[in-house]
Each structure stands twice: as C-alpha cells, then as structure tokens.
Design a protein around this ligand. Structure first.
Ligand code: NIG
Ligand code: FE
Length: 403
C-alpha cells in the first residue's frame, strides 16, 4: 500500500464525542506506513503532508472498514429443508432435540474435504468482503471431535491467506452435544472441549473461547468448567447467552471478564447493570432473531442506559442465520431492534473491534490505527443501515490489498 493523502470525502471517524458518527465533512486523511497518520478538515492539513501523492474521493463517505465479530462461516451444506420444517411449525429446539439442527451440519462438515470447506466458506467470505468487511471472527463448532474442531480453525486461518482479510478464530467446541456423546455432556466437556482447547492453544490456533449456554446445549456449570481452563491459559472468553432462555450466561461471561455476551434476547433487564460493570460488549444478532421469528427483543433500553457497548454481527451460520450480508444485519438491527443507524454503524466498527479485543488497531479512524477503511457510494453514513443490502461499497482502502 502506497503512502497517500485522500481528499474530498466525509469521514465518519466513529470516535465517541459530540458529533454523530464522529463525522468530519470536507475531510482529508493521510495514510503513511500502513497506518492513519492524520485526519481532519482539509483546510487544516499540516504542511508536512502536502507534498504527498493524493487522491480525490469525489465527495464520498469514508468509514472504518467493517468488522463481523460473530460468525460460524466455515461449514458445509445448507439447512434449507430444516428452514421449510420451521415454516411448517417445528421449533428450532424441537429440530435440535430430534437430531437435526447443529448436529446435521456437524455431519456434513465432518464429511466435507478441506477443499470443499474452503470453497464453500470463501463464497460467504467474499460477500462480506464485498461489503467493506476487513475483519471476520470465525468459530469452530461443527466438528465436535478434537481433530474436526481444530481442522475448522485451520481452515478459517487459511482463508486469511487467500483473501485480504484478518480472521480471528474462536474455539466453540461447546456448541452442541454430538450423537456419540448423547446424554453425556459432562464427558464431552472433559474429553473433547477441554483437551482440544489445550491442544489448539499450543498450536496457536485459538484467539478466544465460546460456548452455547442453553437447555438444548450446555449448562452454565459446564461452560464454567471450560472457562476456568481458558482463564488458566490466558485466552479470553465470550458466550452465546440468553438466546432462547435465561440461563444467566451473560453474567457468567461477565464474571470471567468476557469480551462479549452474544444474542441476549432473554437477558433480564435487572441483570444489565451487573453485566455492564464488567465492560463486556453486548453482541446482538438480528439475523438469528429474524430467521427464528423471535418476538422477545434484547433489553436495548437498559443496555443504553448502562452505557454497554453494543456490537452487531451477521452470526453467519446455516441454521439460525444464513446471512452473509453485514449491511443487511445493520438494517435488521434498526428495523427489528429499533437501534439507530448510528448505533448500527458503531456496532460493526468501534464496538465490534472491542468485542474482538482489537480496539487499538481497528474500528475507528484516528492517528495510529491500521489503515483499513471503506469508501462508500453514499452521501450520509445513515444510508449504510437504510439500504437493505445492495452494492454501496465504492472501494476499500486496505493495507492487506493494493487498492
Ligand atoms: O449463533 N446458537 C447457537 N449457534 C448458532 C446457530 C448454529 C446453528 O443453528 O447451526 C447461533 O445462532
Ligand atoms: Fe452464533
């Protein structure tokens, strides 16, 4: 990437302050050594930069590159028939208890070759990249043996060598109980989830640990045993919490200094203050809410009141959220959860970076952060939540790709 001055844009810095979106109109920013060196009003550009090569962005809006902080993007096959069953009245829980749901994707994923998994995953990843996404979190959770879970994470890491994107990997062996451990969830935690975590950490494959805390998956006690090991290994935790019922998972994640608790439709309003005091991010997943035709909203007002950082993600997965469009997720956050367009954009930039422990490098436009930006064919940043998907990206400015 060349050092360059970019003039002629409106820059949504997404820095917290008085101005919505941290917006600077008539802005210029300077990229030097793959970092942002300066951003401000064009009229204020310091003389030391004026000799540099420059590009006029034609009045477009610039934001930090987007971040999808919760996906299950590596998997094989689809669950279109389960979708049809659900529309016919079967619930997500019933399907799971009858051996379908997550377990059916586990069988498809175990049976797929590495090449098939890479090809299918790249299709979804390319959709995200085409919408200005530069950082994607990808979870394991469709292998459910030590080898298959580690294979998923290796494939996730491989994707970053094939595309200009940063991939963050999460150990989600505690996602479902595989058929061979039916009714033996504790043994599964002891024999697969924990030893696999220890091995994956040794191999440098794991950035964080996640679990599915739910009646149809793992109890808070079982998740806590896994979290204790994560803590001893110095790996941060996060949790699928309160998606279908209130298991007090968000408070468990908070007690373990979690990066985030995700879903949260059933988080009790009275638990928000305690959750907030931990500093964890609330990751909301409107694609899953929409797909499962949920009706109970996450406690947004309480989250706002207690100043919890709220991130938005696609939850890209074949069951509850077959969604590879972060722009659509932003729109859904507004239409379904009544978030503001500014909250939605914050949710896929600054707050998403915080949920991945990447706040110093990504998520805002400020001197020192990595030069990962998105330039949009729009006049105002609110448009990013307004368009229901679609092609609004003009281009990325990226240190991972020669733009
Ligand atoms: O985030 N809740 C658990 N995991 C996914 C769904 C996975 C699946 O159905 O395959 C979720 O919604
Ligand atoms: Fe998920």
């Amino acid at each position: 990437m060349q050092d360059m001055i970019y003039t002629g844009s409106s820059v949504a810095t997404m820095i917290k302050g008085d101005k919505p979106y941290g917006l600077i109109s008539d802005a210029t920013f300077v990229v030097q050594n793959k970092r942002i060196a300066w951003v401000g009003k064009t009229a204020d550009l310091p003389a030391r930069f004026v000799h540099m090569k420059s590009e006029d962005l034609g009045g477009r809006v610039v934001t930090p590159a987007l971040i999808d902080c919760h996906t299950h993007l590596v998997f094989a096959g689809s669950r279109a028939l389960e979708f049809a069953d659900r529309l016919g009245g079967a619930s997500y829980q019933e399907i799971a208890l009858n051996g379908g749901g997550i377990v059916s994707t586990v069988l498809a994923t175990r049976n797929a070759t590495d090449e098939q998994l890479v090809t299918q995953s790249l299709r979804r990843l390319d959709c995200l990249i085409g919408e200005g996404v530069a950082v994607v979190e990808i979870k394991s959770g469709y292998g459910l043996t030590i080898e298959d879970e580690l294979r998923m994470l290796r494939i996730a890491r491989t994707l970053a060598t094939l595309r200009p994107v940063k991939i963050v990997t999460t150990w989600l062996a505690a996602h479902a109980i595989p058929p061979e451990y039916r009714l033996r969830a504790d043994e599964y935690i002891d024999q697969i989830a924990i030893p696999g975590l220890q091995r994956g950490v040794k191999e440098g494959l794991i950035d964080a640990v996640d679990g599915f805390c739910e009646e149809i998956a793992f109890s808070a006690q079982q998740i806590e045993r896994l979290f204790k090991i994560a803590k001893s290994l110095n790996i941060p935790v996060k949790l699928h919490a309160e998606q279908l019922s209130d298991q007090k998972g968000a408070l468990l994640a908070a007690r373990y200094n979690g990066l985030s608790a995700d879903h949260l439709e059933h988080l009790a309003a009275t638990d928000v203050a305690e959750f907030a005091s931990s500093g964890a991010v609330a990751v909301l997943l409107p694609g899953a809410f929409y797909t499962l035709r949920e009706t109970k909203l996450p406690p947004i007002q309480q989250l706002r009141k207690h100043d919890v950082d709220i991130a938005i993600a696609t939850d890209c997965n074949p069951g509850s959220s077959p969604l590879s469009s972060i722009i659509t997720a932003m729109n859904m956050a507004c239409t379904e959860f009544l978030m503001t367009p500014e909250e939605a954009l914050t949710g896929v930039t600054r707050s998403a970076a915080k949920a991945l422990n990447l706040s110093k490098q990504f998520g805002v436009i400020a001197p020192g952060v990595v030069a990962e930006l998105a330039v949009w064919n729009i006049d105002h940043p609110a448009e990013l939540s307004y368009w229901l998907g679609g092609c609004v990206l003009y281009k990325r400015i990226s240190q991972m790709v020669e733009a």
